[in-house]
Design a protein around this ligand. Structure first.
Ligand SMILES: [Zn+2]
Length: 379
């Protein structure tokens, strides 16, 4: 029953996302007027708007003029429903992140307790934001701030309300003896996981002890800041070397949103995982279509996106980045302990960051040379 309910909830959220995806890039109101056929402008009946069923019964066409609707409506609804169901199964039923307090099976109760639902709702908000940002980026090559900023605010408020190591008691942090550096995993043990996977730093400072709202707030704020900065720094370094636009600031907003929920460690790693996922998506598109995708921005002639000029990027990075965030987040039970050493050691972290910056600049400079050979390609 819970799984069915969660799936239907996901379908309804996906249905709402379709409205956002169709209207936000044009700064139209999302509540008024009611949904209309884009071809004949007749309002869509309430009963035809039922997720999935409405689309399938009408075979994806307008009831009146038979104009075909994009298959996106179906895929976004179904995708959000499946994503909600998968998140519920992974976090609440399977306890994927191995949080002892979240072990639903041990509780021998018919209802998931409130804490499980609070965590699910919190993370489902992030998943919703990621799907919306990825779908709008794929279709319109922009990631609107109207998606990323409100979801980030939910991430920061939720972080302060469920501070690490929540839902476990703050004493869980004592698994690592007081006064010891947290990177010595072989001597002192792993950092326990909470709804916020890790605190922003360890040992936690005196003004933000484990379980305090100050720690949760700082973890979310620093996560958001780091997510935004790592994309902006990469963009700046790459464009300095390469001489052409590489990433959009919407990509920075996407990682900022994810960092508010998952902390800076996952946000930073997600950029690398996202670059790999983006390449895989491009490869899949090439194999499926047999030709490189055209770079024109698909917009109806009468409706021009108002959120900045369309950027002639090679490919929308949002979908890859969203996949990178989810992959890193769900690999964390294995990835986290492996990376505890560099992530809690300031000196190693500084050296790694500096080396990556230099490497990125060098790679961009190396890639620049063939681009300069083509006239009018560089600007
Ligand atoms: Zn119509």
């Amino acid at each position: 029953m819970w799984c069915l309910g969660v799936f239907v909830l996901g379908l309804c959220v996906g249905s709402f996302l379709n409205v956002l995806i169709a209207r936000l890039p044009y700064e139209k109101s999302i509540i008024w007027p009611s949904s209309r056929c884009f071809a004949c402008s007749r309002p869509i009946r309430f009963t035809d708007n039922v997720p999935i069923l409405g689309y399938l019964l009408l075979r994806g066409k307008c009831r009146f003029c038979k104009a075909p609707f994009s298959a996106r409506y179906l895929w976004v609804e179904l995708g959000t429903g499946v994503a909600f169901l998968a998140l519920f199964v992974a976090e609440v039923l399977v306890n994927w992140h191995r949080i002892p307090e979240m072990n639903f099976n041990r509780l021998a109760s018919n209802l998931p307790p409130g804490r499980c639902l609070a965590m699910f709702g919190y993370h489902a908000t992030l998943v919703t934001g990621l799907i919306a940002a990825a779908a709008i980026d794929a279709e319109h090559r922009i990631i609107p701030m109207q998606i990323t900023y409100p979801v980030m605010v939910v991430g920061i408020i939720g972080g302060a309300l469920m501070p690490w190591p929540w839902p476990q008691p703050p004493s869980t942090a004592n698994a690592i003896p007081a006064g010891q550096p947290w990177f010595m995993i072989q001597n002192f043990g792993k950092v326990p996981t909470g709804v916020q996977p890790w605190p922003f730093w360890g040992p936690t400072p005196a003004f933000a002890p484990p379980g305090s709202w100050q720690l949760g707030l700082l973890t979310s704020l620093i996560g958001a800041l780091a997510g935004s900065l790592v994309v902006r720094a990469t963009k700046w370094l790459f464009e300095t070397g390469f001489g052409r636009e590489a990433l959009g600031l919407g990509d920075a907003d996407l990682l900022m949103m994810a960092g508010a929920f998952l902390g800076w460690q996952i946000a930073v790693l997600s950029l690398f995982a996202g670059a790999f996922a983006g390449l895989m998506l491009k490869l899949a598109e090439f194999l499926l279509r047999g030709k490189p995708p055209d770079n024109t921005v698909p917009t109806p002639p009468t409706l021009v996106p108002v959120t900045g000029p369309p950027q002639a990027r090679e490919l929308p990075f949002g979908p890859g980045l969203a996949i990178g965030v989810v992959a890193t987040w769900f690999a964390w039970p294995w990835l986290g302990p492996q990376l505890q050493f560099p992530f809690f050691d300031g000196e190693t972290l500084g050296w790694l960051g500096a080396m990556m910056g230099v490497g990125l600049l060098a790679a961009a400079l190396f890639l620049r040379r063939p681009a300069e050979a083509e006239p009018a390609a560089a600007r």
